[in-house]
Design a protein around this ligand. Sequence first.
Ligand code: NAP
Length: 561
Amino acid sequence: MPTHDSGATRLDALIIGAGFAGIYQLHCLRDRLGLQARVLEAGGDLGGTWYWNRYPGARCDSESHAYRYFFSRELSDEWQSTERYPGPAEIRAYLGHVATKFDLRRDMQFDTRVTAAHYDAVENLWRVDTARGEKFSATFLITAVGCISAANVPDIPGLKDFRGQWFHTGEWPHEGVDFRGKRVGQIGTGSTGIQAAPVIAETAGHLTVFQRTANYSVPARNAPLTAEFQRWVKDNFEQIRAVAQTTVNGHAFRISERRVADVSPAEREALYQEAWDYGGLQFRGTFLDLLTDRAANSTAAEFIKARIRAVVKDPATAEDLADIDHPYSAKRPPIDSNYFETFNRPNVALVNLRRDPIERITPTGIKTRSGEHPLDIIVFATGFDAMTGTLFKIDIRGRAGRSLRDYWRGGPRTYLGLQMPDFPNLFTITGPGSPSVLTNMPVAIEQHVEWITDCIAHLRKNGIRTIEPAEASVHSWGEHVEECARATLLYDAKHSWYFGANVQGKPQVFMPYSGGLHRYRKLCAEIAAKGYEGFAFDRTQPASLPVRAAEFAGAAAAPGV
Ligand code: NAP
């Protein structure tokens, strides 16, 4: 049982967030290391991203046989996905199954938003406050808050006076929104907007899509899974896991070794067509050099633009949709179900904001330079204050009151995306500077959770009081993250959220690690094997918690519970 000190519930480890990351971290710390651990979650249930993102058309872009945990074969065998891409309800059901199987809910607390976490150097404890006025203290604090969970509603003048309804896709009402017969305006054409527009258009009286930056998209080709495929997934668990854990992006497919210049133009078109017909994010894997060579990339870009022009019947709309200003995949590439086809519907219109910018929101609609668009509902598919926004919602303070906000004033600075100096024993799962959003997230999450678990086991076994990186490690890791980004075309799309460019006033720093999950995984393992090279330990006192017998069983042996 947790103990209490001066009114605070005392734990060994506190985990913030009950998505993929928090759920597995709780299992590892509680059931493998024997720690008193608890998850605090702002939402009313587990699910993380999939608890909040219930907008029309929401669906995972990773395929269901890879969008799952790989630490337990038994768990995988027990679960039957029904579609090629799982929707929010199925993902929540899956995570619910995991929680039930490992009896995790008893150590999860919902409707509990963490407001502050301050490090107490004397006691070597993180002191945590919640919006409900509860207090906790814990030796280890692990943030599992997700990378894209702080909704970004742009500061467009007039919103407060709008008399209709408005919603952000990332905070969608659980009861749904009735679009029937309504005039709907959707701002945003990223992965979310591209999923939402076709579904909204099915019931709305009229849908106006406000596009600032035209985007590529490849058909998802979602479909129910056949019994044969479901069988194949079960029979090939090890093989699927091996691929996901050794590819650059954590998906269960490999990137081709072939370069664009290796094939004739006719072969290239046939390969693109094959990938287009197959659908999904694999399109990126058609050639090795799509993300590193501009000329190679432009062949994929032109292929997609030609498909857009072929699908969209109105030539002016087709031109606006195909007028894309960045290399293919330099921003997160969406996949869709009938996105471009939607613009052939009589009840759908596109407004090109580059030519006709929004001036303000009026009480009755959106006013662009050319005139007013009367609306009943505005849907903001305008993305997130990614990677740092959710952490900044918590007043995190390390040694001597140093605030994370101050430390990251010029952009996030971490070692491996996992830790910061002066924030001892604080771990950030899929934090900035880690592969995170450039991967199939559950695979990156498992790698982080297992690394953190092994690290905590190491600290406790060796009587180490605290761990935090040296400032020099943060500096050189930041340089490496930047150098990796510069080696790719990701660096050319300066207006992407990877740089924080979508949020006004946010420092423009490329945030995720683009060197590849496979390399990153190896590097993290080597750093741990070298006694946590680049990190500093405090051994001045014995660890504040007794080492328990169960502690080391299985920690280093994961996966394979
Ligand atoms: P996003 O990629 O940031 O796209 C936001 C869109 O809103 C962009 O088109 C952006 O235009 C536009 N926008 C933002 N502020 C605007 C303003 N003031 N005026 C006009 N337009 C504005 O956000 P998202 O689509 O929600 O996707 C975020 C990430 O979530 C994705 O990249 C992906 O990683 C993840 N996601 C995953 C899935 C999945 O797996 N199923 C689904 C959806 C999202 P600009 O491009 O000009 O900034």
